[in-house]
Write a protein that binds this ligand. Structure first.
Ligand code: ADP
Length: 282
């Protein structure tokens, strides 16, 4: 095990100043049943960063993720990934859900779960030797090769999360998007998962949703604060004042269990919609 990292900058090399944005939101608004949950969002995630998405429950983090994956379309504005509509570049994005549903009576091995990441490519017929090779390689990447034949249901929370990361890696993504990968693990395992993300960040852009601002300030290079509105900054620009202005709470309060409320910072939700340069429903 490597030594404990001290700062995000130490772990994530600063992307070059001209790192191209890989995810772009331009004047994006989104509503469920006419109730707007994201308002006037404009931000660009630079390539090769480790960007954390934080905000209290109900802030709009999952909605942000679904827009990035092209599972939802904005009501106003547009989302671009690699300069294209998200749905068109979906295969270049690896998504790691918090959980997967499976029948615990059905014997699924860790390797089987990773192979499901190849299912899009082979939705008819059995997996090929190359699929198995790629799945085994992905398990090596997450340092779980020794558990390939173990039943998925017998794995610990941290091991399951690594298997789900391997499942996303098997399709060779250029962006890895993770939804609260450390929600159900202890502090030590959480730290190990972030170390793994730093390793992977050498090869790909990482965007990770987290409920724990204290943890991501140590690990991420960039931060997206979501609270119905959203803004992105480098971690080095993050200050308690900024958090306070955004959430009216101190940094330690920004957790699911804490008292940090959804609110309308500076009445931003009441601002008129920004100029819309074109809706994107592709
Ligand atoms: P977060 O991930 O930050 O907890 P979400 O993006 O899941 O927040 O939700 C933002 C808001 O949108 C919440 O008020 C939530 O209740 C609402 N919401 C989420 N999904 C739906 C849906 N399918 N239909 C209606 N409202 C939804």
């Amino acid at each position: 095990m490597t030594r404990t990292p001290e700062t995000a900058a130490e772990l994530s090399p600063e992307p070059s100043a001209n790192a191209r944005p890989v995810i772009e939101f331009e004047d994006v608004c989104f509503a469920y049943n006419r109730e707007e949950v994201l308002h006037n969002i404009s931000l660009s995630v630079p390539g090769q960063t480790l960007t954390a998405v934080v905000g209290p429950n109900g802030a709009g983090k999952s909605t942000f993720v679904k827009l990035t994956l092209g599972l939802l379309s904005p009501v106003r504005g547009r989302v671009r990934v690699f300069g294209d509509a998200p749905a068109r570049v979906r295969r270049r994005i690896g998504y790691v859900p918090q959980h997967i549903q499976f029948d615990s009576d059905f014997p699924v091995s860790a390797l089987d779960v990773v192979l499901m990441g190849r299912a899009e490519k082979h939705w008819i017929g059995p997996y090929r030797r190359t699929d198995r090779d790629k799945a085994e390689k992905a398990l090596v990447q997450v340092q779980l090769q020794q558990l390939a034949r173990r039943s998925f249901s017998s794995l610990s929370g941290g091991e399951r999360q690594r298997v789900l990361i391997a499942q996303a890696l098997v399709a060779n993504p250029e962006i890895l998007l993770l939804d609260e990968p450390t929600a159900n693990v202890d502090t030590q395992v959480e730290h190990e998962i972030y170390e793994l993300l730093h390793e992977l960040n050498r090869q790909m852009t990482i965007v990770v949703v987290s409920h724990n601002l204290n943890v991501v300030t140590r690990h991420a290079s960039h931060l997206i604060c979501v609270n119905r509105v959203a803004s992105l900054c480098r971690m080095t620009e993050m200050t308690e004042d900024r958090i306070h202005a955004f959430y009216r709470g101190d940094m330690a309060m920004l957790q699911h269990s804490a008292d940090c409320q959804i609110f309308d910072p500076s009445n931003a939700m009441r601002e008129p919609h920004h100029d819309v340069k074109g809706e994107d429903r592709s």
